[in-house]
Structure formats: structure tokens, C-alpha cells
Design a binder for this molecule. Structure first.
Ligand code: NAD
Length: 421
């Protein structure tokens, strides 16, 4: 079955709330806290016009959701995709709250999205859309309030436009309003690679725990964008063999190992990984179910479901993507003895280096890449080991352990602040 079809059937917000309910139950959270943490604090829906190149006007729908602000300002990416919905953005915002808590950085969770396929727009149209969307959400974003970052189909250029638009409105330059910016605008060294690098730090720790030798491991990567393609490069640097990768157009397989740098160059030139010389073209499902030791989902939500979880061959699953696995699939994988590094831990490297970028912006400071990577490694390794310890102590799978840590931290912050008024 095509993965895109499965995505459409499962509601990410239902999944996010179910994951929270399971953790809240296990933690015996009070009914009041459950009610507070189960819903987003603020939800902004905007409909905004954009002038297209042919002179016509299109009206787009966008969202910015702030799930919880108890531990600090909201933090989370902005996604451009034709399937963006309010429920998806709510789920992604809630996951950001738990993610920031797992790695212990002082943020709450937020997320944004626009319902658009940016590949169908010209660069000028994407800029117009971005600047108008930034204007619409400027009533709730800001360096002390809510700090967006890149996500699916947005990048450093998108962040530069948002930063410029916000700065034009307030009348002075505000680098700290977004992270994931280009380096000359106050972006951080290491931010572009941070999500993948953080994921690989957790994979290295998991491999130690499982006694897996990375140079003899075969890796499959679903999604070949920022998170997926750089994760493939970094796993190859660890000595692992990349045997399968996919993107939104399909997949490729090569049991002898793909060179990620060459596949990146091929995709840049041809717009797809398919047709890569020497590899076999395949469907997206074949990449998820490929014969491999490590699977890195790095595309969209709801890719590993009750339907296909039983066919996953990898022993270690590292969720670079947000929400790739449904709760039913979690149980199937757990019973099958798979070790899963959950999204809120695995891909937290992105928001962690975003936090470093924001700290540098606020202090007008610059750190070199070695400093950024060393600080990132320290945080990721600590968070992984805290989660593993919780998992072993409470005899729960890694997702439940990460949720128990995160939800408890947010619940504690919410309780100690008290209920205003
Ligand atoms: P991106 O736009 O750079 O890449 C997404 C990739 O997924 C593209 O290669 C696209 O072709 C592919 N894709 C889309 N649908 C697919 C499908 N059905 N099967 C296979 N491939 C498919 O986005 P990204 O920033 O790399 O984000 C990917 C995932 O990582 C998302 O879940 C995102 O929320 C998560 N994430 C990203 C960051 C970050 O810093 N960029 C941080 C944390 C989490």
C-alpha cells in the first residue's frame, strides 16, 4: 500500500493524544493536569492572499499552534505541504513540548504550517507566501514568545524571509525570532546538520547498548531531505552501508551500498532518487521493509502502522521524522524485540541546536562548529541514557520512557507555576 494513502487515513492528533494518555496513565497524573496538557494553549488559523506570477490571487490557509508554554517560549518548525491540517500541526506542536522537555531545553512546544505544495510555485511566489504568512502570525511569534524554525519543505532561505519580514514590522533587526537561519544572518554553525547529527549520536548509543557493530550494519532511510540525506551521510561516515533510500517519488535499493553524496547530487540534478545508476528502483514500502539492521524514517507521520509493522526487518529503528509510528505499531515492534529510538528523543538535535542559535543571537555571540557539536553530543547522549535508564527501571519501551520523563517535567513546571488567577 502506498505510504501516502496510509498517512491520509490516520489522524496525527489522535495519535499524539493517545501517546500522551498512555504516559499520563502510567505516571498517574492528576485529572486537572491531564486536561491542561491534552490540549494546545493557543491555535491561530489564518487565511491569507498571495499574488501569483500570472497576476491572479490565491488564498492560502496557514496555522500556528502553541501547545504548552510552562517551560519557556514556544518552539517549533513551519511546514509547507499540501496535506497540512490543523490536527497535524496540533500534533506536531504537542510533540515539540515533549521533545524540548526530554532534552531539557527551556522551551514549550509550537508548530506552524501552510497548506501548499511549494514545488508548484515559483521562488517569488514562495517568498510572497512566506512574507504574508509571517505577517499573519507575527501577532503571536517573537524571540520571547514563539520562535519558528525549518521543517518539511522550508529551509534557511524561508527563515531569512520570516526574520526580515518580522524585523521590518518592528523597525529593527531581530535575529532571535527564528532559528535555522543562514549563517550571515545569525544562523548557527552546525544547525543544518543538527537533526541528523543528533539522531546519529543516539544511534551510536543504542548500538553500544544492543552490541551492534555499526561498520557491519546495513541502513535504510525513508525520506531524503534535510534529516534523511544527512543522516545517510553520517551513517556512512560511521562505516555503515546505506542499502535503501526513498523520497516522495519512490525508492532505490542497492545491497552493495549506496554512496549518499552521489545520491544527493543525483537527486539535486534529477529531482528524485529514482533512476540512480547501479541501484534498483522500488516503491516506498520496499524501503521501509528493506532487509537491513537500522531503519531511519525521515519523511512524514504514520508510516509504520499496524499494517506494515510486522514486516519491518530492522532491529533498530531511529525516528528522525516526527510521528512516523502509530501506537499500535509501537506495540507490534516492541513485541517483536525491536529497539526504537522515539522521535521526541531521536530528532531533538534540531531543536537543541536551534536553542544554541537563539542563545547566540540573544547574546550577539558566535560559537564554532566543534563547540556546537560537542554541546549537542553531551545533551543527546545524556537524554538517551536517561531514557534508557527509565525504560529499564520501569520495564517500558523507549517511547513510553521518553514520554514519562518529558510529561513529568512539563507537569511539574505547570504545577509549580500554579493555576492563574
Ligand atoms: P525535507 O522537506 O527536507 O525532506 C522531506 C523528505 O521526505 C523529502 O525527501 C521528501 O521527498 C520525502 N518524502 C515525502 N513523502 C515521502 C514518502 N511518502 N515516502 C518517502 N519519502 C517521502 O524535510 P525534513 O526537514 O528533512 O523533515 C523530515 C522529517 O524530519 C519530518 O518529520 C520533520 O518534522 C522531521 N524533523 C525535521 C527537523 C529539521 O530540523 N529539519 C527537525 C526535527 C524533525
Amino acid at each position: 500500500m502506498a505510504t501516502e494513502q496510509m498517512t491520509a487515513r490516520i489522524n496525527a492528533w489522535d495519535v499524539a493524544q493517545e501517546q500522551f494518555d498512555l504516559a499520563a496513565e502510567r505516571l498517574n497524573l492528576s485529572p486537572g493536569l491531564r486536561k491542561i496538557l491534552r490540549e494546545p494553549r493557543r491555535t491561530l488559523i489564518v487565511k491569507f492572499p498571495v499574488k501569483m506570477d500570472d497576476g491572479s490571487v490565491q488564498v492560502y490557509t496557514g496555522y500556528r499552534v502553541q501547545h504548552n508554554l510552562s517551560r519557556g517560549p514556544a518552539k517549533g518548525g513551519i511546514r509547507y505541504h499540501q496535506d497540512v491540517s490543523l490536527d497535524e500541526v496540533k500534533a506536531l506542536a504537542m510533540w515539540m513540548t515533549w521533545k524540548c522537555a526530554v532534552v531539557g531545553i527551556p522551551y514549550g512546544g509550537g508548530k506552524g504550517g501552510v497548506v501548499v505544495d511549494p514545488k508548484k510555485l515559483s521562488l517569488r511566489e514562495v517568498e510572497g507566501l512566506t512574507r504574508r504568512f509571517a505577517t499573519e502570525i507575527s501577532i503571536i511569534i517573537g524571540p520571547e514568545r514563539d520562535i519558528p524554525a525549518p521543517d518539511v519543505n522550508t529551509n534557511a532561505q524561508t527563515m531569512a524571509w520570516i526574520m526580515d519580514t518580522y524585523s521590518m514590522h518592528v523597525g529593527y533587526t531581530v535575529p532571535g525570532v527564528v532559528t535555522g537561519k543562514p549563517i550571515p544572518l545569525g544562523g548557527s554553525e552546525g544547525r543544518n546538520e543538527a537533526t541528523a547529527r543528533g539522531a546519529v549520536y543516539t544511534i551510536v548509543e543504542a548500538a553500544k547498548h544492543l552490541g551492534m557493530d555499526l561498520p557491519s550494519c546495513r541502513v535504510a532511510v525513508q525520506g531524503f531531505g534535510n534529516a534523511g540525506s544527512i543522516a545517510a551521510q553520517l551513517m556512512a561516515e560511521e562505516g555503515s552501508k546505506i542499502v535503501a533510500v526513498s523520497d516522495s517519488t519512490g525508492g532505490i535499493l542497492d545491497p552493495n551500498g549506496l554512496d549518499p553524496n552521489r545520491v544527493i547530487a543525483w537527486k539535486k540534478e534529477h529531482g528524485t532518487v529514482q533512476g540512480y545508476p547501479g541501484a534498483k528502483d522500488c516503491g516506498q514500502a520496499e524501503v521501509l521493509e528493506a532487509d537491513c539492521d537500522i531503519l531511519i524514517p525521515a519523511a512524514l507521520e504514520n508510516q509504520i502502522t499496524a499494517q506494515n509493522a510486522g514486516r519491518i526487518k530492522a532491529r533498530l529503528i531511529a525516528e528522525a521524522a516526527n510521528g512516523p509510528t502509530t501506537p499500535e505499531a509501537d506495540e507490534i515492534l516492541h513485541r517483536a524485540g525491536k529497539f526504537l529510538i522515539p522521535d521526541i528523543l531521536c530528532n531533538a538535535g534540531g531543536v537543541t541546536v536551534s536553542y544554541f542559535e537563539w542563545v547566540q543571537d540573544l547574546n550577539r555571540d558566535f560559537w564554532n562548529e566543534a563547540t556546537v557539536n560537542a554541546k549537542l553530543k553531551e545533551i543527546m547522549v545524556k537524554a538517551f541514557n536517561a531514557t534508557l535508564e527509565m525504560s529499564l527501571k520501569e520495564q517500558v519501551h523507549m517511547r513510553m520512557a521518553a514520554y514519562m520523563l518529558a510529561v513529568q517535567r512539563v507537569a511539574d513546571a505547570t504545577s509549580v507555576r500554579g493555576l492563574y488567577p
